[in-house]
Design a protein. Structure first.
Lengths: 517, 158
């Protein structure tokens, strides 16, 4: 009899020693003459428990974690391969509250399967969406996605179906699908988890997009900081070609879709879609003027769908179960689920996929368990380096695009970074300006020059110089960035900067709130 | 063959093999950097000629992207994350420690040529902050002590 053991191949798990643990388990089993099958699965996203090892039992998969290298012998002594008692025993993985309370649609498979095993993918409902799409007209596929209410998960939240419809209705000999996998926002890792943990779902989503709009070539623009995702994607793409899920005759339908991964080179701005296309064309990643929209004139001047990883990875389930099924999750105009990423100073950091509508406070405390340091949470940055800092008074905001917008905050790509009360918000604001200066493409003046002037002014404020003059100057500068920048980098850097200033004036040396306005 | 000739021949082979890809410049630069650890200055005219671009255009692309470097790195490059999530978990203290331990600042290489230090803005390991990358290996929840242990181990392997 052979026992099945799962050790994640997710790069966060590896960063905590998962590779060594996998090797050690194999060696220990050999030593004890126990036949095992070790599967490298994706991560469940419960990162405070990583490296998290699972074993198959008749009752279901039982988890142990967090495992250190010197725990392995003890685990074998405790007969963990059959779910034996051990201090690191966590019980049935699916019964853990953190997972049980989630609504995993996009992440339905991640953590369960061997990411690059095609049979495993198909066994777990893979390619059902594509099969349906192959029997539908282009307009019907687009309608299904429009009906689902899916909005771009990259940050801008533009309705995916409307974008697809524009590309479908723009005649051209060549059209493209681009997956924006340049996940550069601090505090976000859901794209990475999908690409490492369930790469076939992205391939399936992109193929459906290609069928829907009549595009035969897709590119995944992947950030170079994700070497494990790169490997997983390339392996999965190769297997998809071998099994005719990609290529010139998809599943015998005569339909064509080819897919290639292209690596970025460490430029945050290339997550902006027009800059990304410049980069794919082999140029400096300078932001383009819009219009023309990429849907009309995009990559190499052709109609192009540019979608985020999570948007595209949500398409297969929509085509499998129908737009209505997906739309029934969520609130208001935010339909479906959002994979939130809890990070920074938080006790239970991880991936939480939920229907829109839960409050930030529930996420931080019910899921996150408060700060990692045990100190009060002072501020939370939602939506990456261009997202506002929320103070405690805004923690009851529901996680919904429109609710966040009324607070002058953004949900963005769903990254949530918590800071405890040792954080200095003036220094963080300075960092946000410095980041903008480092990453600015340089095309527009407000962003290129304003960001440098921005951190210089904040330096003066931190040094206590002329605060009465420098605060209005900083506000004026932020106003210029907000209104005069070509894209969201310059246009949104004021979100974190001004929210820090407005909610935490003391950190800027202002005692009286009245001075702030 | 001189080193400069060798570089030019290798770069020419890479550029010829990839030049027909749409938007070939980034794939070529990646292949060159994967081979040499950096993009040597001598490769610019070769790439430019193969792609029918000006040398200024190729240079402009190399200098635009943080990842491409025009000078030889140390044996191992350490990427240290400076982004918000790592800051929230003591990333700044780690940065101070790493710089002091190695005796270098960002974008520098240790005198023995073993380590280069580069900042990075997010490794996507934000649930395990602070994070660093050495070569292709990623490390999470890095403290000053674990950093020292990792570096000592890496030195032994080198």
């Amino acid at each position: 009899m052979s026992f099945t053991i799962y050790v994640p191949c997710d790069s966060s798990a590896i960063s905590l020693g998962a590779d060594r643990i996998a090797t050690s388990i194999i060696n220990e089993a050999k030593k004890r003459n126990i036949a095992i099958q070790l599967i490298r699965n994706g991560s469940r996203g419960l990162f405070w428990l990583e490296p998290l090892v699972e074993v198959d039992t008749p009752e279901g998969r039982i988890a142990y974690g967090p495992i250190q290298l010197n725990d392995v012998t003890g685990l074998f002594d405790a007969n963990f391969i059959q779910g034996g008692a051990h201090p690191l025993f966590l019980g049935l993985i699916e019964e853990l509250d953190y997972l049980k309370k989630q609504q995993r649609l996009t992440f339905a498979r991640t953590g369960k399967t061997d990411p690059v095993n095609l049979d495993d993918y198909i066994k777990h409902d893979g390619f059902k969406g594509l099969k349906n799409a192959l029997n539908q007209s282009q307009a019907d596929i687009v309608k299904e996605v429009t009906d689902s209410g899916l909005r771009g998960r990259g940050g801008a939240a533009f309705p995916t179906g409307i974008k697809w419809n524009t590309v479908l209705n723009t005649p051209s000999e060549q059209k493209y699908i681009i997956c924006n996998a340049d996940e550069g926002d601090s505090g976000t890792f859901s794209d990475r988890m999908v690409m490492e943990g369930d790469p076939f779902v992205l391939i399936e989503g992109m193929t459906i997009a290609g069928l829907a709009v009549g595009a035969t070539q897709g590119y995944i623009y992947l950030r170079v900081e994700y070497p494990h995702a790169h490997k997983a994607l390339n392996t999965a793409i190769e297997k998809a070609y071998q099994a005719d899920y990609l290529g010139n005759n998809i599943q015998g339908s005569g339909k064509v879709f080819n897919l290639e991964v292209r690596l970025g080179a460490g430029a945050y701005i290339c997550g902006e879609e027009t800059s990304l296309m410049e980069s794919l064309e082999g140029k400096r990643g300078l932001v383009r003027f819009k219009p023309p929209l990429p849907a009309i004139s995009g990559l190499f001047g052709k109609p192009t769908v540019v979608n985020n990883v999570i948007s595209l990875a949500s398409v297969p389930i929509i085509l499998d179960k129908g737009g209505d099924y997906y739309r029934d999750f969520g609130m208001g105009r935010s339909r479906g689920t959002l994979p939130l990423q809890l990070a920074g100073n938080i006790k239970h950091a991880g991936l939480v996929e939920l229907a829109f509508g839960m409050t930030l406070r529930e996420l931080l405390y019910d899921f996150g368990g408060g700060s990692a340091t045990g100190r009060p949470i002072k501020a939370v940055q939602v939506g990456g380096p261009l997202g506002a800092y929320l103070p405690e008074s805004q923690f009851d905001t529901p996680l919904d695009y429109e609710a966040f917008a009324t607070n002058w905050t953004v949900l963005g790509h769903g990254g949530v970074v918590a800071f405890d009360d040792t954080a200095n918000m003036a220094e963080l604001a300075r960092y946000n300006m410095e980041f903008c200066a480092i990453e600015s493409c340089g095309k527009c003046t407000p962003c290129r020059i304003g960001s440098t002037r921005g951190y210089e002014v904040i330096d003066s404020i931190i040094a206590g110089q002329d605060i009465g003059k420098n605060i209005p100057l900083l506000r004026d500068l932020c106003n210029t960035l907000l209104n005069g920048s070509l894209c969201a980098l310059g246009g949104m850097t004021p979100y974190p900067v001004l929210s820090a200033l407005n909610h935490f004036p003391k950190d800027f040396g202002i005692d009286d709130n009245a001075d702030v306005a | 063959m001189t080193e400069s000739n060798l570089i030019q021949t290798t770069v020419q082979n890479i550029a010829t093999a990839l030049k027909n890809k749409p938007g070939a410049l980034l794939p070529i630069l990646h292949a060159v950097q994967d081979t040499f650890g950096y993009v040597p200055e001598e490769s610019v005219p070769t790439i430019a000629k193969t792609l029918n671009l000006s040398r200024a255009e190729v240079h402009g692309v190399i200098s635009f992207y943080h990842y491409f470097r025009d000078n030889k790195p140390g044996k191992q490059t350490i990427h240290l994350c400076r982004a918000e999530s790592c800051q929230a978990m003591g990333g700044k203290n780690l940065e101070t420690h790493v710089k002091a331990h190695l005796g270098i600042d960002f974008h520098e290489t240790t005198p023995d040529g073993k380590f280069s230090l580069e900042p990075v803005y997010c490794l996507g390991n934000c649930a395990c902050s602070p994070a660093i990358q050495i070569g292709t290996e990623i490390y999470g929840r890095v403290s000053a002590d674990t950093f020292d242990a990792i570096i000592n181990e890496t030195k032994e392997l080198a």
